[in-house]
Design a protein around this ligand. Structure first.
Ligand SMILES: C[S@@+](CC[C@H](N)C(=O)[O-])C[C@H]1O[C@@H](n2cnc3c(N)ncnc32)[C@H](O)[C@@H]1O
Length: 393
């Protein structure tokens, strides 16, 4: 395999750029550039395989295939036409072009999408006398173009389906966390596999599953396919070796206990089937329980809570009565634990009566949230809320 370095861009949920950059360094990517929404890096082709297979945080890995200044749609067409598309994929494969832009002066992204598609197809007709057809639902090859004020950058998507689709999800559930956001929360929490973990509102089990994959060093992408396998320059032998090397490093057990529970029996069933389908059914200690009935399984640990949002708990009365009880439960039963709550509701710290030691902005899709950290000590959080003013006299 050639060791030529190529440029890649790994997008991720906003707020996770820092943990993605750290993860990439850990995966052996030395030169990275952090931008809003992702990390650029320069690395040999096989490193791209490794990142697709092993990254818990990246949403995709895009290979940058061209970069050019532009002033008009025709400049963009010419820049796209100049690229060596027929060396990278075959005309029998279907394509989809996606254009995004920031401060682009041209009036229509739809028209640009059409012109880029035309350029790619025209290039194929000139070189191979045959053109690829478009499939916007399930394309074999995804081309991305990003335009800023003066330059257009073209990418081939090496991932295909986004990387948060690990291939383990069973059934459809309401509002599951994306797998890479769940993994990012664990990294932001500083959780390590040596620490006990509890998710007492686990839903379909996304957080404990990501934790288990990390703890057993199971590559998150081991059960799925990638778009790079369809590229003409794919090196299947090298890819096979990398997968086997990653498999060989998997651990048989989790080093520390991972607990998960939910009050909804249907959710517990879905989580159980998901853990089984990922091959980690015996690694997560899963039970049905109301959060407020759960007893601390150890003196210390890390708890991650992704409470419901949307209609049910956003009824003001219900919120106002639930969160103070959650605060009391934490103070009474979880002294010694680091607790993290992901919520879009800024009133939560006040309602649970604990002062957060960190508040980290994160995006759950389009929803702006905070990840609050509470260090629970006997009788309250380390930094208590100021007591209410006492009546004088
Ligand atoms: C936003 S969902 C969690 C989603 C989860 N992180 C996932 O990725 O699937 C919130 C979960 O809290 C559960 N829940 C709500 N109230 C609860 C309670 N009092 N005790 C335990 N679980 C509760 C719901 O059943 C739901 O599954």
């Amino acid at each position: 395999m050639d060791s030529t370095k190529r440029r890649f861009f790994a997008p991720c949920p906003r707020g996770l750029e820092g943990v993605l950059e750290t993860e990439l360094h850990g995966l052996g990517v030395p030169a990275t550039t952090k931008t809003e929404g992702g990390i650029g890096f320069t690395a040999p082709w096989s490193t791209m395989y490794w990142v697709n297979l092993k990254s818990h945080i990246a949403s995709r890995v895009l290979w940058e295939v061209g970069h050019s200044p532009y002033r008009s749609e025709e400049d963009v067409y010419r820049a796209a036409y100049a690229l060596a598309w027929p060396e990278w994929f075959a005309p029998s494969q279907t394509i989809k072009v996606k254009v995004s832009a920031r401060r682009c002066p041209l009036p229509s992204l739809d028209f640009l999408t059409l012109r880029i598609k035309d350029a790619v197809c025209d290039k194929f007709v000139a070189a191979r006398h045959r053109r690829p057809s478009v499939d916007t639902e399930r394309p074999n090859i995804r081309l991305d173009a990003f335009l800023d004020q003066q330059t257009v950058t073209f990418y081939l998507d090496t991932s295909g389906e986004p990387l948060f689709k690990r291939g383990h999800r069973i059934g459809s559930v309401e509002a599951p966390l994306r797998e890479n956001l769940a993994a990012g929360i664990l990294r932001l929490a500083g959780w390590t596999p040596k620490e006990i973990l509890l998710d007492p509102m686990c839903g379909s089990g996304t957080i404990p599953l990501e934790a288990t994959l990390m703890a057993r060093q199971i590559p998150p992408g081991i059960s799925r396919n990638f778009a790079f396998e369809r590229l003409l320059i794919h090196d299947s032998q090298r890819w096979g070796h990398l997968r086997e090397a990653a498999r060989a490093k998997q651990l048989a057990d989790v080093p520390s206990a991972i607990y998960a529970s939910d009050h909804d029996p249907a959710m517990v069933k879905i989580a159980q089937r998901t853990f089984q389908s990922a091959g980690v059914g015996i690694d997560v200690r899963l039970k049905q329980s109301d959060i407020l009935d759960f007893e601390a399984p150890a003196d210390q640990g890390v708890m991650v809570i992704n409470p419901p949002y949307g209609v049910r708990l956003s009824q003001p009365d219900e919120l106002e009565s639930f969160y103070p009880k959650l605060g009391d439960w934490l103070k009474q039963r979880f002294a010694g634990w680091r607790t993290y709550i992901l919520t879009g509701d800024a009133r939560v710290p006040k309602l649970i009566g604990l002062a957060p030691s960190k508040r980290i902005p994160l995006f759950n899709g389009a929803l702006e949230c905070r990840l609050y950290e509470f260090l629970i000590v006997q009788g309250g959080a380390r930094r208590r809320l100021a007591p209410p003013p006492q009546p004088i006299g």
